[in-house]
Design a protein around this ligand. Structure first.
Ligand SMILES: [Zn+2]
Length: 391
């Protein structure tokens, strides 16, 4: 038997429910709220007043009919407002950690990155991230108490139930780890965790090239290749959290061995690691931050051909996925995305060749507007969302 819910837990749940509806509808009356949620009019009125006092919800005076709208008038339209406060977003890439302190509406106050072997040195990467958070707080003159939520992205599929990194994951040093708890222990505050490609999709949806899109595929093409699927306006993570792992699509029976244990996966054919290896063989400067974005590399006669071919190979996989999902847009992010149009041209070529004509003609291929920061801004957005829902 379920234990009865305490009045304060019930109030908290009603409040979250109302805030979610107000954010979704963005213009809803108190009586609509009562109809949609099934809460009594008085419960709605009380909770809305609280949310207005905290500046999380405002009355949209103009939409409600202009002048003379009285305070709390039942027919006034309610809209979500930014709220006050700060959040922290963390992005763990395979070899790099980036941390940002931002306002709740996503405006960045300070940002810093560090190179660290995230894949194999989980504890060190978590320590570095925690250290960066503390440093940025000092730099911005904020205390941890002023941070309303923290969110972090990891480059591995996360089990939706346990929040742990999936066993079959490619992050060898992180398998079985609970990154949310590890970070919370180091920071002394709860941390929300997401998959990096899902956060990249969320970042482009909220702040980037996919604003307002309902159905699109975001591809993070770096050391690994992952996709974030936005279906019906929200990130779809699948039954267990592993949706979008397109890097392990098999392209052939006899290909190179992949870190997942199969052969011939997409990741063994295209990745930023392979671009770097090729650059090394050609005697091009091996630097990391200096050499990426890859726009320069895409103009080189040899690496340029590799990038174009990588686009066509990626497009081949995305054509099949598009036939299933019929998205309006494909957004190319990650390090390979910074190669720019030559990569996008290759993807378009394969989409036009292999996707169904009706699917291909409805589909735009675009480059991530936020560059290598899509995941970081997705983490900031996720933290903002949690801050608004959990007050
Ligand atoms: Zn694989």
């Amino acid at each position: 038997m379920n234990t009865p819910e305490s009045p304060s837990a019930r109030r908290q749940r009603s409040r979250q429910q109302l805030l979610e509806v107000i954010r979704r509808e963005n213009g809803v009356t108190r009586s609509d709220l009562s109809l949609i949620t099934g809460l009594s009019r008085s419960a709605v009125a009380e909770a809305v007043q609280d949310l207005m006092n905290e500046r999380l919800v405002a009355e949209d005076v103009l939409a409600a009919g202009g002048k003379g709208v009285g305070r709390g008038r039942p027919s006034a339209l309610l809209v979500a407002s930014g709220g006050d406060g700060f959040v922290v977003g963390i992005d763990f890439d395979h070899e790099r950690v980036t941390v940002a302190v931002a306002q709740i509406d996503g405006q960045i106050r300070a940002e810093e990155h560090a190179v660290v072997n995230v894949d194999s040195e989980a504890a060190a990467a978590l320590d570095v991230a925690a250290g960066m958070v503390h440093r940025l707080l000092v730099q911005t003159g904020l205390s941890l108490g002023e941070i309303r939520a923290i969110a972090a992205g990891v480059p591995a599929p996360l089990d939706l139930k346990s929040s742990r990194i999936h066993q079959a994951s490619v992050l060898s040093g992180w398998v079985g780890l609970d990154p949310a708890r590890e970070l919370a222990d180091r920071l002394g505050k709860p941390v929300v965790i997401g998959n990096d490609a899902d956060l990249g999709a969320a970042g482009e949806l909220r702040f980037g090239v996919a604003k307002g899109a309902r159905d699109f595929i975001y591809v993070k093409a770096s050391e690994g290749i992952g996709a974030g699927l936005v279906l019906g306006g929200a990130v779809d993570r699948g039954a267990t959290g592993a949706a979008g792992e397109i890097g392990h699509t098999r392209l052939g029976e006899q290909g190179a061995w992949c870190r997942c244990g199969n052969r011939g996966c997409l990741e063994t054919v295209i990745s930023s690691t392979l671009v770097r290896r090729l650059m090394g063989e050609l005697g091009l400067p091996p630097g990391r931050d200096e050499i990426f974005p890859l726009a320069e590399v895409a103009r080189h006669p040899v690496t340029g051909r590799f990038i174009a071919e990588a686009g066509r190979t990626l497009g081949r996989v995305l054509a099949d996925l598009s036939n299933c999902l019929n998205p309006a847009m494909i957004v190319l992010g990650g390090e390979l995305g910074t190669a720019g149009e030559p990569l996008a041209d290759g993807v378009r070529e394969s989409i036009n060749r292999y996707a169904q004509p009706t699917v291909a003609s409805a589909l735009e291929v675009k480059l991530a507007a936020l560059g290598l920061r899509s995941e970081l801004l997705g983490a900031v957005g996720l933290a903002g969302q949690h801050a608004l829902l959990e007050v």
